[in-house]
Design a protein around this ligand. Structure first.
Ligand code: KIV
Ligand code: ZN
Length: 388
């Protein structure tokens, strides 16, 4: 069976960058766009051109810098001035895409837009037609599709498919769906929208209930072939689907069916660069790129990993650009870990030496959060004195 190529649409520079504190100046934004191209993403959402002159300029510069291997996308609301502005900002791009849309859930239609469902369909259709007057590649987003009734959502999507949309973005804007519901939604659209097989269906899942990655995967299993995501999962509120997670899920668990173009050893270095440029840290227990993602601290786990890495690691850290697994020494560590760490600093302890060192180690470890190499040298000095 041939594998389906899943397009990775990175929105670190748009949905990610709109997070308070993550705003980027033009130069760092360009630098990260270049890195994303090197990483092998298929689409870079470079910004929201009408939002500020700075963002307009950044989208223009990214468009002229990025090669034709990557689509450069600009966001707009379903408003003519936005769409025209996005088209102008994208005029330098070799492969431009306008991303336009509006809310489709009852909450968005009635409370935010204060309009009717019929008018939303008409506005969606006209926006796509207008965007098509500038570029061939037009992506439509049905904001809050996650909470939109499937029958109505299919009517909106049918209207934009008929108007020529090339990509159909089905955002779970509020991170509301269960994976089974989100998968069902994609399946429903596949089965009920005529001509949808000529379009790319895209996921765009937020993480309010911690299900963004699971929902994106459910979308792909049910027919989506593009995933919108960000490095480190940054984005509005609890963030977006995390690029590194979704890519590694596809690579490790679904590689018989799907493939991406992402060069995975660049994931960790890019994650750190995004942290540095945006001034935000990644939580230590973050999957794939967190400080503890490949660190082992309990004696039982350490013993297993030292004997055979795969006992407690499903990914080789090198595969995502992390040098090696880490054996962290804490009061929960065992003799195997202590011997291993002594060996790493050039000391092969005998059984008797290890027994003595382990007792000193536990005393120290109960006082400290982590025992480091410097402490091991100190333990070693005591050991020499005791053994002598
Ligand atoms: O979350 C969302 O719905 C969005 C759209 C603008 C695509 O970010
Ligand atoms: Zn979003």
């Amino acid at each position: 069976m041939s594998k389906k190529q899943i397009q990775i649409f990175d929105t670190t520079l748009r949905d990610g960058e709109q997070v308070p504190g993550c705003k980027l100046a033009k130069e760092p934004k360009l630098k990260l766009a270049k890195r994303l191209e090197e990483l092998g993403v298929d689409v870079i959402e470079a910004g929201f051109p009408i939002s500020s002159p700075g963002d307009f300029e950044a989208v223009m510069s990214i468009g002229s810098m990025i090669s034709q291997d990557v689509v450069v996308c600009g966001l707009s609301r379903a408003v003519e001035a936005d769409i025209k502005c996005a088209a102008e900002a994208l005029s330098t791009a070799k492969r431009p895409r306008i991303h336009t849309g509006l809310g489709t859930s009852d909450s968005h239609v009635f409370d935010k837009l204060r309009t009717t469902k019929e008018r939303v369909i008409e506005r969606a259709r006209k926006s796509v037609l207008y965007a098509k007057s500038f570029v061939e590649d037009v992506e439509f987003y049905a904001e809050d599709a996650g909470r939109t009734d499937n029958v109505y959502l299919a009517q909106v999507i049918q209207a934009v498919v008929d108007a020529g949309a090339t990509v159909l973005n089905i955002p779970d804007t509020t991170g509301y769906c269960l994976p089974s519901e989100y998968g069902e939604k994609i399946k429903y659209l596949v089965e009920h929208v005529k001509g949808i097989d000529n379009c790319t269906i895209s996921t765009h899942c937020h993480n309010d209930l911690g299900m963004a990655t699971a929902n994106s995967i459910a979308g792909v299993i049910n027919g989506a072939t593009q995933i919108e995501c960000t490095m480190n999962g940054i984005g509005e509120r609890a963030g977006n689907c995390s690029l590194e997670e979704v890519v590694m899920v596809l690579k490790h668990r679904l590689s018989d069916k799907f493939v991406t173009g992402v060069n995975t050893p660049l994931l960790y270095p890019l994650s750190r660069e995004v942290c540095e440029e945006m001034g935000v840290v990644v939580q230590a227990n973050k999957a794939i790129v967190g400080d503890n993602a490949f660190a082992h601290s309990s004696g039982i786990h350490q013993d297993g990993v030292i004997k055979e890495r795969s006992t407690y690691e499903i990914i080789d850290p090198k595969e995502v650009g992390v040098n090696s697994s880490q054996i962290v020494l804490t009061a929960r560590s065992g003799r195997a870990a202590l011997a291993y760490r002594f060996k790493n600093i050039g000391h092969n302890l005998t059984k008797r030496e290890l027994d003595i060192a382990y007792s000193d180690f536990l005393t120290l470890a109960d006082q400290k959060k982590e025992v480091i190499d410097e402490d091991l040298h100190f333990i070693l000095q005591n050991l020499k004195a005791e053994v002598a």
